[in-house]
Design a protein around this ligand. Sequence first.
Ligand SMILES: [Zn+2]
Length: 255
Amino acid sequence: MIDSHAHVTRCREDADELLAAAGEAGLTRILTVGLDEASNREQIALAEAHDQVFAAVGRHPNDADGFDRAAADDIESLAAHEKVVAIGETGLDFYRDTATPDSQRAAFEAQVAIAGRLGLPVVIHMRDAEGEERAVAESFETLDRAGPGLEVVLHCFSAPEWVERAGERGWYCSFAGNVTYPASEALREAAVKVPDDRILVETDAPYLTPQSKRRDRNQPAFVVETAGLVADLRGVGYDELEATVAANAARLFGW
Ligand SMILES: [Zn+2]
């Protein structure tokens, strides 16, 4: 199994412990995702120390204030590292207001441009205020402007009404622990609609712990529960889903 999106260094547990638990749970690859300059370097260091760990480097939309040319250049230079396989996470978050929409837009557009120049996939975070879909709609517009060559992962996919539009664009949809929550019926229906060659699973650890362990902090090993549910929904066995998502991640991230 793979975890297409975790923040391993944000977990409070020791990274060696988490990676050992992940190995025991059958995980063979983990993408650990940077959020800012310091965090990007932590993810690369972790990836250097562990064969099964790869890194994404970027600036999270919630931290986008102050993003400037130097910040973009820093991401682009870190992305040359052999274990960096994606740019992000980036995107738009109109649920939280820790960064202005204009800062988020500037950081997002810069990171999409970097991903395009380097031929790396871009990992997208989209979150709207309750009942709205402005962040999703605008994220789609921004990515559409980048053109068809860009590989896109909609991380923690939570926009069920947009699943067909993502599919038409050939974008990857990565399902996290929230697909296991009782209220996520529409999201479970969306998980069935993603094409076989575009589905991924993730933890977003330490956030979004799957339902049966919801009192605990999340960790990469727990992707097994999310993957098991997604396999059931799609009417395939766990092993078949595992082969599918492993092949998708290998193609996308080149690992
Ligand atoms: Zn994340």
